[in-house]
Design a protein around this ligand. Structure first.
Ligand code: ADP
Length: 191
């Protein structure tokens, strides 16, 4: 199995690159943000539970997020591998994912961090909000999300670095150029 974590701050381009990577490598895309948004749209119990948290730009509690992620993996028993996008966002989530995969005789192949500076992120998301209309893309909520990233999520990097699984790719430039670089890293796993 090829299990990838695509890592990076809000607006780094994880969603865009994931879409391209899943078709090239025949993987299942698991974006916890997308799944949460689907629950909110469908007004499920989970959606009702998390909608305010997400609108405010806060992280959803680990217990809820981890349970949802495991359920999503279990829905895809035939998968050749997964791209995790927006997960793990805390060290506790990273540990839970490792344990869950291990219990299923699998593991994370590699983690690729998309490197984008804060100024570029803010500009990209301001642009995106005009189209997405996402409540959490509003300036004050975005600020909160970037704070959550640099306060909690960034600690996931040394966790994977210690396992020798971390690679970094420059997330600024043409979408195709970034895609080529990501593909090179992925191809190096099996080389
Ligand atoms: N792994 C996670 N842990 C906790 N909360 C999450 C997680 N994934 C998504 N969320 C919630 O969903 C929101 C949107 O996530 P996402 O679509 O990945 O946004 P972006 O990458 O643009 O910040 C997050 O701000 C957070 O509230």
């Amino acid at each position: 199995m090829l299990n990838l974590v695509l890592f990076g701050p809000p607006g780094a381009g994880k969603g865009t690159q994931s879409e391209k990577l899943i078709s090239k490598y025949n993987l299942v895309h698991i974006s916890t943000g997308d799944i949460f948004r689907a629950h909110i749209k469908g007004q499920t119990d989970l959606g009702k539970q998390v909608s305010q948290i997400i609108a405010d730009g806060n992280l959803v509690p680990d217990s809820i997020t981890i349970a949802m992620l495991e359920e999503e993996i279990n829905k895809n028993p035939q998968a050749k591998g997964f791209i995790f996008d927006g997960f793990p966002r805390t060290v506790a989530q990273a540990e839970a994912l490792d344990k869950f995969l291990k219990d299923n005789n699998s593991s994370i192949t590699g983690v690729i961090a998309l490197d984008v500076n804060e100024q570029e992120l803010t500009q990209r998301i301001a642009k995106r909000q005009e189209i997405s209309g996402r409540a959490d893309d509003a300036a004050d909520k975005l600020k909160k999300r970037i704070e959550e990233y640099f306060g909690k999520t960034i600690h996931v990097l040394p966790y994977y670095e210690a396992q020798g699984k971390l690679s970094k790719v420059n997330g600024i430039g043409e979408i195709e150029t970034i895609f080529t670089e990501l593909s090179q890293v992925i191809d190096s796993y099996s080389a």
